[in-house]
Design a protein around this ligand. Structure first.
Ligand SMILES: Cc1ncc(COP(=O)(O)O)c(C=O)c1O
Length: 381
């Protein structure tokens, strides 16, 4: 029999391990507060749904590279964020950014024998994408390029999932200098960029790898990923984008010509319309800010601590300062007894052990219930 199927050396899907805690949390008399996943729960804005419906008549195949409309909208959005102008050949829509993260190494020609550097505390799909390409993922501290081994590709994620850390322009410049010195592609996943909380970030915006003062006007070797899932409540649309060095976008488009992965035409139109509007993004951020403040206050009352460097994004990155050893699962269990489900740090790498990730993506009523339950934890001592 042929030696198939093979699973690319992928790890077991970690979320299955959370089922017992989920059952425990669901047995709470007032129901579960599920803060374990970052899936948006607020409605997709009406004007985006209308744009989708207006473009519903789509009998022909969409172009692989994307419509002029959506590529211009991407460039306009990038300009408004202070990124360098990469031109029309440097901007394409993608089907979601999870898919882009998982397949980008393969699309760029990364292969067996290559090394892909991934943040040591990270969304697991960077590791998965390296493995799908047959390459070796190596976890590194994204702020310490001086410690990185040689590699063909490097992933950055700022603001970070799960830790909410934001790389400064200096840190981004250091990563870029390293990548250029080593001839590595530098890919930056910036899908939480619209969700800064710290006042200086709110004022100046979250730094991007493509900012003028970071890449000094030169996008060579750089790809930035962005997603409309979080900023526009469009996770169900699978609407995301790649912007950067046209020489790196070109092979992605070439492989897509052969293999598909075209973004559906109605989604491309809805994306263009959403990217042109910042009002709904601000409104959504205000909702998350209220939820974040409620949970932060309740965490304080419960004697738990959010990472002080968690300053942007959709998650709190929580630990119990009184715990004798770093044990994420003990904290998951303690919170599940209150009917609150969170994700253990262990899902995000060895270096994340001891913390849990608490998402802001639940309805206001569930966030309020979680806050009350946390506060009661503090009263129990
Ligand atoms: C860091 C990071 N990148 C990418 C994604 C995927 O987003 P989407 O596939 O919805 O665009 C997520 C989703 O949670 C994420 O946390």
């Amino acid at each position: 029999m042929a030696d198939l199927p093979r699973t690319h050396g992928l790890p077991d899907f970690p979320w299955d391990l959370l089922v017992p805690a989920k059952l425990l949390a669901a047995s709470h008399p007032d129901g579960i507060c599920d803060l374990s996943v970052g899936t948006p729960v607020d409605p997709t804005p009406e004007f985006i749904r209308e744009a989708l419906a207006r473009a519903a008549d789509a009998p022909g195949y969409p172009t692989v590279i994307g419509t002029v409309e959506v590529r211009e909208a991407i460039l306009q959005w990038a300009r408004a964020r202070g990124m360098v102008d990469v031109g029309m050949d440097g901007a394409i829509p993608t089907i979601g950014s999870k898919e882009a993260v998982a397949w980008l190494p393969s699309l760029l020609g990364v292969r067996a024998g290559d090394t892909v550097l991934v943040p040591e505390v990270a969304y697991p799909t960077y590791d998965v994408g390296a493995r799908l390409a047959g390459a070796t993922p190596v976890p590194v501290d994204p702020t310490r390029p001086d410690t990185w081994p040689d590699a063909t590709m490097v992933w950055l994620n700022s603001p970070g999932n799960p830790d909410g850390h934001v790389l400064s322009p200096t840190q981004l410049r250091a990563a870029l200098a390293w990548a250029r010195a080593h001839g590595a592609v530098l890919a930056s996943d910036e899908c939480y960029a619209a969700l800064p909380w710290q006042p200086d970030l709110v004022e100046r915006g979250v730094p991007s790898l493509l900012d003028h003062d970071v890449c000094e006007g030169d996008p060579r070797g750089i790809l930035v990923l962005y997603s409309l899932s979080k900023q526009s409540n469009m996770a169900g649309y699978r609407a995301a984008l790649l912007v950067g060095d046209p020489e790196l976008v070109r092979p992605v488009v070439e492989v897509r010509k052969h293999s598909g992965m075209m973004v559906p035409a109605p989604i491309q139109h809805a994306m263009a319309v959403a990217l042109a509007d910042s009002g709904h993004v601000q409104a959504q951020r205000a909702r998350y800010r209220r939820r974040r403040e409620l949970l932060l206050a309740a965490l304080g009352e419960a004697g738990l601590e959010n990472d002080p460097d968690s300053v942007a994004g959709l998650y709190l990155w929580v630990r119990d300062p009184a715990a004798e050893e770093a044990d994420s699962w003990a904290l998951v269990d303690r919170l599940a007894r209150l009917g609150i489900l969170v994700a253990p740090g262990d899902f995000y790498g060895e270096a994340a052990r001891g913390r849990v990730r608490m998402a802001l993506t639940a309805a206001d009523e569930r966030i309020e219930a979680a806050a009350q339950r946390l506060a009661s934890l503090g009263r129990e001592g």
